[in-house]
Every structure is written in C-alpha cells, then in structure tokens.
Design a protein around this ligand. Structure first.
Ligand SMILES: Nc1ncnc2c1ncn2[C@@H]1O[C@H](COP(=O)(O)OP(=O)(O)OP(=O)(O)O)[C@@H](O)[C@H]1O
Ligand SMILES: [Mg+2]
Length: 254
C-alpha cells in the first residue's frame, strides 16, 4: 500500500536510453512525473528534449528502458491499452501547427470527432468551452492564418485539451512569443493546473517561464548525454552542477 500523502506518480521513466540508429541522444534517464505538477524539461538545443517527449507519448521506441503509466509499459502495451493510455494525455508539438484548411473551431473539434461518438452540437459546445479556457472565445470561426502567433499557440493548447487529458505535454509553448504573450501563456498553464488539475510537462528554453511555472525542472546535459539535475528551479539555480546553474541563470531575451 502507498503511504498516505505520497500519491502514485503519473509517469515513471526507468533507465531510458534514446538513440537514432547508433547515435546516442540521452542515456539512463530515471525520473517520475507527479500528479498535479508542472514539470519542465530543459537543456541546450539538440540535447534531446523533443525526442524525450516523443518517447513519453509512445511515438518513438526506447533504445533501452521503460516508460510506465501506472502498471502499463507504454512501449509494450497492446493496441487497446495504448489507445486508452493515449486518451489520457494531450500534446502540443514544437511546430504546434493547426490544420490551415479548417477553421479554429474545426481544429479543436477534430480530436472529438476522431475519438468520441459525440454529436456535432456537443462537439461544438465543448470546443467553444476549450477556446474560452485559453482566452480565445471569439476565434471559433476564424481561419488559423487570421490568428497571431500567441493566439495560435493557445489554440493548439485548446486542441490538446479537447479530450480533457489529465496530462498535457507542451513542446516549447512560448517560443517565438513576445514577453507579454509568453507571460500570458505562463498564466494559462498555471490556471489549467489550478482549475482543471492538469499535470503539465513542458519543454522550454525560456528560463523566465521555467521560473514562473515549473515545480521541478529536469536538465538534460548535451555533453554528458544524460540528466545531470532534477529539482525545483530555484534550488538548482543555487546548488545544481555548474552547467545547470549557468543555464538556469541565462534568462531569456525578448
Ligand atoms: N528524426 C531524426 N533522425 C535522426 N536524428 C534526429 C532526428 N530527430 C532528432 N534527431 C537528433 O537527435 C538529437 C536531439 O534532437 P531533439 O529534437 O530532441 O533536440 P531538442 O533538445 O528538442 O532541440 P531544440 O531545443 O532545438 O528543439 C539531435 O542531435 C538531433 O539532430
Ligand atoms: Mg525540440
């Protein structure tokens, strides 16, 4: 039995090694994602952050190690289990693209159409609600091209939220945004956690964002090719290994 007050983690990563062909990306990753936390993944460009996200959502096979959702090994699960596990998380990829041939509303409704048997009227109501959650209540009938960069990111988050995931994976949600829009996105992430209880795993190169929203930060070192720090951003900025401290102190430029 679990001791009281220590909830079962949502995801456990055990001895994960990631490679492309013979090319090692990261090795021996061991960490847990806790329920209700905002968990940031940081490190130099090319260190393997997006690759790690792809492993966490089952799009890429580990060279070694496991990704566990409760009892289930994501990469060994049968089709049915995999489908039900995938329903539990929403994803916003680094490119974050919306389908340009559909309106914003149709983009948000797409996962509902693909994965539920809900009638159109209900799908539309839910999509409008998700858009309202991210502050885009007026955008339902717009084309993606009519949105600003920040609005497009928020619409992509609304789409990732379509199926009410307990876990949201975001790859660089604030990249390319002005500081005001980036701060607004930080506020949105905190609201999702507070109001919906969504656990958020976020790749970010914005240290402003990491310090504003992350409970814990995982540092993937590009030289050692493994994780060299995991902890609260403020603690690591003071007491982490030297490269981690330097990285965390490098606040982003607008
Ligand atoms: N499809 C692929 N085939 C081969 N190598 C790849 C592929 N995708 C990524 N890589 C390599 O894997 C390493 C990690 O890439 P990844 O995209 O995960 O980095 P990242 O930390 O997300 O970088 P960034 O901050 O620039 O987004 C890089 O060396 C990259 O060149
Ligand atoms: Mg990336």
């Amino acid at each position: 039995m679990e001791p009281a007050g220590i909830p079962e983690p949502l995801v456990r990563v055990v001895g994960l090694t990631m490679a492309f062909g013979g090319e090692l990306v990261q090795r021996d990753l061991d960490f847990e994602i806790r329920r209700d936390e905002v968990f940031a993944i940081v490190g130099a460009s090319g260190c393997g952050k997006s690759t790690l996200l792809r492993h966490l959502i089952g799009l890429q096979e580990p060279a070694a190690g496991r990704v566990l959702y409760g009892e289930h090994d994501l990469h060994r699960a049968d089709e049915e289990t995999l489908a039900s596990l995938r329903r539990r998380f929403g994803v916003m990829f680094q490119a974050g693209a919306l389908w340009s041939s559909m309106t914003v509303g149709e983009n948000i409704m797409l996962p509902l159409r693909l994965f539920t048997a809900q009638p159109l009227a209900l799908r539309e109501r839910l999509a409008r609600w998700k858009l309202a959650l991210v502050g885009l209540e007026g955008a339902f009938d717009l084309e993606p091209a009519e949105l600003s960069g920040g609005m497009r990111k928020r619409a992509a988050i609304a789409r990732a939220l379509a199926l009410d995931p307990e876990l949201l994976y975001l790859d660089e949600p604030s990249s390319g945004l002005d500081p005001f829009s980036a701060a607004r996105l930080d506020g949105l992430i905190l609201n999702l956690r507070r109001n919906l209880g969504t656990t958020v795993v976020m790749v970010s190169h914005s240290m402003d964002s990491v310090f504003a929203v992350a409970d814990r930060v995982l540092y993937l070192d590009h030289v050692e090719k493994t994780m060299t720090a995991l902890g609260a951003p403020r603690v690591l900025a003071e007491t982490g290994p030297e490269r981690v401290r330097a990285f965390l102190h490098r606040r982003s430029q607008p």
